[in-house]
Design a protein. Structure first.
Length: 738
């Protein structure tokens, strides 16, 4: 443990623990040597006495109805079947058919907080702020030891994980390690996400009823249809109000999220890694550690999302430099690589104010289309005589960073690598898996395959001045076994991908990585531990992106979400949009361009300069402020924005998605500002003004209007009239007190 790390404080194994931070309280019952159970997780309770906590715990004990076990059922964070819990158990496993229902007895409990003096002990009550509680427990008969870590972060975000150790003879086969967090019965409505390629993070709601609402990800990656954050809240909860409890599994491989209600009335939300048969078989003294299960409570979805955002922004690894304006050349050239053309794009981009240039797929040996070359990570000298030096040197001389595309976990069958090492392709059953995008998965769980990819990438990154990797992953893992036996290998593959990212960051300090997985199919808190942004979707149609960005922000803040201006006619949907809508949508994220700039008109280039200038002027606010999403009053438009932490300023986006059924539509509100401060709200026009807009009187020739935060949140402002598929930008600036 580093010298600066807090020292764990041992506490009795017959105690209650109250953790409080960020307006959230978590009260744990760790009495009688049992695994900890949550008595309360939700809004802060203030400082408590031992007597108050004992009363709170007593008030939570259920009566014993008929035809169940003869004692109140207590669900631990790692739920135990032996206690009478008939829901999903915490540990599913066996030792040759035995030891499948462990009964753990607690050995030690410790608290590690920011400062030992911040921990107060009142008899059997331990009260602290943001802290980690570690609980070690053993079942001597089953030959199992477990270490639970339960942490309340400064943001009020709760997270937990379990490490299972086999201390008995022989092999213990692990099927699942699942953590569960209880939620109150007033939480009745489920919200999670679905989606598909190019339309990720589609919200879906349903009632919580008796049984399990379970979302399994069996793609070997997070998936475009991932639950992302599975929440259960009071009926009708929205962005600004309504209690909501949610979970997210911080893992990039197979996983599950679930909400469960028993017929006896108890209900929990939880999740963990989804293990395939035989993936984790623990020999004596071997361990399995689950991914973090994150729990986020909030009064409204924005409050919940802020807990994720504040945690991510507090990390030492969070991007500290302003997020550079990025040009990615994929939709400009696809596989048609030509040095002069790509240098011309670089020069045009630099003239506009672009700060990072990314060369996408197609630069390596034999890669003229989707069907060949993956795995052969050497520059194609037939296309690039003399290598990439000419392009890289020109990009960097123009003052831009240079980024390069890789897909390290994949291989084409038509490649030198696959011909030399067919056994490195993930497979089972004596057959190759069905192809996806004409490619297979390279088994990084095989040490030689891992070293090959690491060495190949290291060679390229050493030769060229590459400061950014666009890391793609363009297919699901099907029949993901390890030759020659074919044993399932998704677990090992995911951990190997993490190791590869970590090692490249160690070898090349300062290099940034984007998680791009055929768009937004690897968006999770496991991959973001070692990457610097995610690509939200391969679809950059701004109408689609309005929704995808809005809902991806339930987990991640704007600065981690790649958000680009595409061409006038979108390559994915065929829709045509004005530059102002494309740019006004892209600016609320990590802004960039993915467009053949040789096709831009002189006016479009002039407008791009203005949009880039606007982004640079406001990115500090967008990338550090609190996200705000106003609750919908009409599906024809939506209001969102970023509000400075001190509530001194905000940038508001009013997006018109379609035509309303009545016109004019009325007023919209701006929640989240200081109710007692006065603000000037003024419209902003960037570049060419949109036609078809009817300005209300409060615009006052661009001067806007001054209102209090309370008035803006409750009375609001009249909407301008606008064509659909447009964005209106508003600046909000604090005014002197009267």
């Amino acid at each position: 443990m580093p010298d600066s790390a807090p020292i764990p404080v041992p506490v009795p194994t017959d105690a209650y623990l109250h953790l409080a931070a960020g307006g959230v309280s978590v009260v744990l019952d760790a009495t009688q040597g049992r695994l900890p159970a949550i008595v309360h997780w939700g809004a802060g309770l203030g400082s408590l006495s031992e007597a108050e906590v004992q009363a709170l715990a007593l008030a939570a004990v259920e009566p014993t109805p008929g035809n169940v076990v003869d004692q109140p059922v207590r669900v631990a964070i790692l739920p135990e079947h032996h206690a009478g819990w008939e829901g999903k158990p915490g540990v599913v496993g066996h030792r040759d058919g035995a030891d499948w229902s462990p009964r753990f007895a607690v050995d030690t409990v410790a608290v590690r907080g920011a400062a030992a003096e911040a921990t107060r002990v009142d008899g059997r009550l331990v009260e602290t702020g943001a802290a980690v509680v570690t609980v070690a427990a053993t079942d001597a008969i089953a030959g199992l030891h477990v270490l639970l870590e339960i942490e309340l972060l400064d943001s009020g975000l709760l997270r937990a994980r379990a490490t299972l150790l086999n201390v008995g003879p022989g092999v213990y086969s692990v099927g699942d390690v699942t953590l569960a967090l209880p939620i109150p019965v007033r939480a009745r409505e489920i919200l999670d996400f679905s989606g598909r390629w190019s339309r990720e993070r589609v919200p879906q709601r349903r009632d919580l009823v008796v049984g399990i609402h379970e979302r399994e990800g069996r793609k070997g990656r997070t998936g475009p249809d991932a639950a992302t954050v599975l929440s259960v809240g009071t009926p009708g909860f929205g962005f600004q109000s309504g209690e909501v409890w949610g979970v997210h599994v911080g893992f990039s491989g197979n996983h599950r999220h679930y909400a469960e209600q028993l017929s006896a009335g108890a209900q929990v939300i939880g999740g963990g890694e989804l293990l395939l048969p035989g993936e984790v078989r623990l020999a004596e003294e071997e361990t399995y550690r689950s991914p973090w299960l994150y729990g986020a409570y909030g009064d409204g979805l924005d409050d919940q999302a802020h807990r994720f955002h504040r945690f991510l922004r507090s990390r030492d690894t969070h991007p500290a430099t302003p997020r550079p304006v990025t040009l990615n050349v994929w939709e400009a050239v696809y596989f048609d690589h030509d040095a002069d053309r790509l240098i011309d794009l670089a020069e045009r981009a630099a003239a506009l104010g672009v700060e990072r240039y990314v060369l996408d797929d197609g630069w390596f040996t034999g890669r003229r289309d989707d069907h060949r070359g993956l795995g052969d990570w050497t520059v194609d000298l037939g296309v690039w005589p003399g290598g990439l030096h000419k392009l890289v040197d020109r990009v960097t001389s123009l003052g831009m960073q240079f980024g390069l595309w890789f897909e390290p976990e994949m291989v084409n069958e038509d490649s030198d690598l696959a011909r030399e090492h067919p056994e490195w392709i993930m497979q089972t059953g004596g057959r190759l898996p069905v192809r996806g995008r004409d490619q297979q998965v390279l088994n990084l769980g095989i040490p030689d395959a891992y070293r090959f990819v690491l060495d190949a990438m290291t060679a390229v990154l050493t030769e060229y001045d590459v400061s950014y990797i666009k890391w793609d992953h363009n297919r699901d893992l099907i029949d993901a076994g390890t030759a020659p036996g074919g044993e399932a290998g998704v677990h090992a593959q995911t951990l190997a991908a993490y190791r590869l990212m970590d090692e490249l960051k160690r070898r090349f300090p300062g290099i940034e990585i984007e998680s791009c997985s055929s768009g937004g199919a690897r968006v999770d808190l496991g991959v973001i531990e070692r990457t610097d942004r995610v690509w939200v979707s391969d679809c950059i149609d701004p109408l689609e992106r309005q929704q995808m960005m809005r809902w991806t922000m339930q987990l991640m803040p704007a600065e981690l979400l790649g958000s680009h201006i595409g061409s006038a006619v979108n390559h994915t949907t065929g829709r045509a949009h004005a530059l102002s809508f494309r740019a006004g949508t892209a600016v609320f994220g990590h802004f960039g361009i993915e467009w053949d700039l040789t096709q831009a008109t002189a006016q479009e280039n002039a407008d791009l300069v203005e949009w880039i200038r606007f982004y640079k002027e406001h990115r500090a606010l967008v990338h550090a402020g609190d996200m705000m999403r106003a609750d919908e009053i009409d599906p024809a438009f939506q209001v969102s924005g970023a509000i400075a932490a001190d509530r001194s300023a905000a940038l508001i986006f009013v997006a018109f998605l379609t035509r309303p059924t009545v016109s004019p539509r009325g007023r919209f509100t701006v929640p989240g500002l200081d109710p007692d401060k006065r603000y000037r709200v003024a419209p902003v026009t960037v570049g060419t003004a949109d036609p078809g807009r009817a300005d209300p009187p409060w615009y006052a020739d661009g001067a806007g209007v001054v209102l209090s935060g309370r008035m803006l949140a409750t009375a609001g402002l009249h909407l301008p009239g606008s064509f659909p598929e447009r964005v209106v930008l508003l600046t909000v600036t604090e005014q002197p007190a009267r």
